[in-house]
Design a protein around this ligand. Sequence first.
Ligand SMILES: NC(=O)c1ccc[n+]([C@@H]2O[C@H](COP(=O)([O-])OP(=O)(O)OC[C@H]3O[C@@H](n4cnc5c(N)ncnc54)[C@H](OP(=O)(O)O)[C@@H]3O)[C@@H](O)[C@H]2O)c1
Length: 291
Amino acid sequence: MAKILITGGTGLVGTRLTKMLIDKKHEVIILSRNPKNKNEFKWDIAKNYVDQKAFENTDYVIHLAGAGIADKRWTYERKKVIIDSRVQTANLLFKTIKENKIHLKGFISASGIGYYGAITTQTIFKESDPVGNDFLGEVCQKWEDAAHQFEGLNIPVTILRTGIVLSKQGGALEKMKLPVISPIGSGKQYVPWIHLDDLCYMYIQAIEGNLKGIFNAVAPEHHTSITFSKALAKSLNRPYIGICVPSFMLKLLFGELSIILLEGSRISAKKIEKNGYSFRFKTLKKALNAL
Ligand SMILES: NC(=O)c1ccc[n+]([C@@H]2O[C@H](COP(=O)([O-])OP(=O)(O)OC[C@H]3O[C@@H](n4cnc5c(N)ncnc54)[C@H](OP(=O)(O)O)[C@@H]3O)[C@@H](O)[C@H]2O)c1
């Protein structure tokens, strides 16, 4: 049994992960801006404040906190919030852990497949590929650099570059469940995805197994916007209309943020599989049926 501190543990991934860790008899503490339950402790990056009690006997930190990437238009201010909520928070954790000489067994951080850049190519990106030259590439690079600091304290670091998380409640899938399902943009861009439970099992394997280093957290089956929409329409038993939602509409609605909907390449799941992770939901059909 380990004691695990989860930042942003109140969110989509954190809520499910907390339940799965508790079911496996681990103890979970959460850092939140607005703590509500007795296992939740306060932090506030604007004030450089974190409740030190949260760190008592902590074995692992899982860093999930971050302002929603797709929640609002990417204004200058919003971009700063997106970066600071991931990087300043990691820096505050680092400072606290270093100053208090806390002997963590591991620091595990979320990152995104946005690392490789929002581009549609025939490349299947693997972990050793370079960072993309756009805003999300910058976010992920800074986020991961902040996580790598812990290696300087001899704390093993695991980073999960996460695809679109499919879940029953909230997240991207809820927004896709329209009365009529259509692909978007060219329809040819790839949509790297992962079932929420697979992602949570990966975090658990980073604690209970030996997942150290950087891994893509995506399912091995690749889908374009067209094949994804067809599978979704079939699983929901809703009409599929093969006329793509035009790119200009999404650009008008979402501005620069639309790029994450309109572009995407395949992302390789081979490294995590080679390291012993076995997917519960390898195919989109199985994942959507379960959801
Ligand atoms: N869901 C996906 O499809 C997906 C894909 C790729 C990567 N990821 C990454 O995985 C992590 C977890 O994802 P998720 O879907 O669980 O995210 P989520 O539901 O949006 O939850 C993230 C948590 O971060 C905290 N947070 C939000 N804004 C913040 C801010 N400005 N400053 C500090 N903390 C803030 C919130 O906790 P409190 O309100 O309790 O403070 C929130 O519950 C995120 O970093 C996300 O970027 C997710």
